[in-house]
Design a protein around this ligand. Structure first.
Ligand SMILES: NC(=O)c1ccc[n+]([C@@H]2O[C@H](COP(=O)([O-])OP(=O)(O)OC[C@H]3O[C@@H](n4cnc5c(N)ncnc54)[C@H](O)[C@@H]3O)[C@@H](O)[C@H]2O)c1
Length: 253
């Protein structure tokens, strides 16, 4: 049985991933703001460094895999937080722990979003991909929460694809899931917001499979990507969204 590091495992999709891995007999080191093995704030470089140091202390023998699931939604008033947690909170953890992953099982799964293709804010995307957190925060503050969110998830997927070859060369398979609307505390918070509530009801009706996703739907895909059955899947963004992306962008893939 392996040792996994997981960010954002306290609630929602991350909690489902944690439970499935623990049920399968694995040890899961959870990083989150609270109620975790390592309590750390991934929105700051200091918090990310302390998370990395904490995981290194608890998993000196290597990691079977790393799953970066922590994220904040589009409705948070501080748009810079979206860039910092969703993009840098993932990328910095991969950079800081990849040697432990290579030493162990060599699997990384990122959590992007099926909204990722929607952002066209080039300056914001460029700042993220250049690793310029300060500029990304400034650019995020100039756009809508939805753009800041989808951009953070697009940049994450693009960073993964740019780094797939070098990580594979180090013995690591990296993939991302792109969840569609999933019922979690995050979406509940947005659905409760008067500015978004009605739009979300309409949006849910448009999902081809006729229902929102569950945290277990996402955890099932993550567990598959961490398993031997996914041993030739590398650098892929897997949409787990009831057909929404195919419906919205049938000819773009
Ligand atoms: N729910 C959806 O519809 C949906 C769709 C696409 C992608 N996602 C992505 O899935 C992931 C999980 O989302 P969820 O819906 O389970 O949300 P959630 O709010 O239930 O869980 C997010 C977790 O991240 C943690 N987190 C937030 N900020 C943090 C910080 N600064 N430092 C450390 N931890 C922090 C939270 O404490 C929480 O445990 C996120 O990356 C989200 O963007 C969700």
């Amino acid at each position: 049985m392996g040792v996994y590091a997981l960010t954002g495992g306290a609630t929602g999709i991350g909690a489902a991933i944690k439970q499935q891995l623990r049920d399968a007999g694995h040890r899961v080191i959870v990083v989150d703001l609270k109620d975790a093995d390592i309590n750390a704030d991934l929105s700051t470089a200091e918090g990310r460094n302390s998370a990395i140091a904490g995981v290194r202390e608890l998993a000196a023998e290597g990691l079977q895999g790393l799953i970066t699931c922590a994220g904040v939604a589009s409705h948070v008033p501080n748009r810079a937080l979206i860039a910092s947690v969703n993009y840098f909170g993932s990328v910095d953890l991969v950079e800081g722990l990849k040697d432990l992953v290579a030493q162990g099982g060599g699997r990384i799964v990122l959590v992007s979003s099926n909204s990722a293709p929607m952002c066209q804010q080039t300056d914001y995307l460029d700042a993220l991909l250049a690793g310029d957190e300060k500029l990304a925060g400034i650019k995020a503050a100039e756009i809508t929460g939805q753009e800041a969110y989808s951009g953070s998830k697009q940049a994450l997927a693009r960073w993964m694809r740019r780094n797939t070859k070098s990580l594979a060369g180090a013995g690591i398979s990296i993939n991302a899931i792109a969840p569609g609307y999933t019922e979690t505390p995050m979406t509940q918070a947005v659905a409760n917001d008067p500015a978004y509530g009605d739009a979300i009801k309409q949006f849910l009706k448009s999902i081809p499979l006729g229902r929102p996703g569950s945290p277990a739907d996402m955890a099932n895909m993550v567990e598959f990507l961490l398993s031997d059955k996914a041993s030739f899947i590398c650098g892929s963004v897997l949409f787990v969204d009831g057909g929404h992306d195919a419906m919205l962008r049938p000819d773009n893939f």
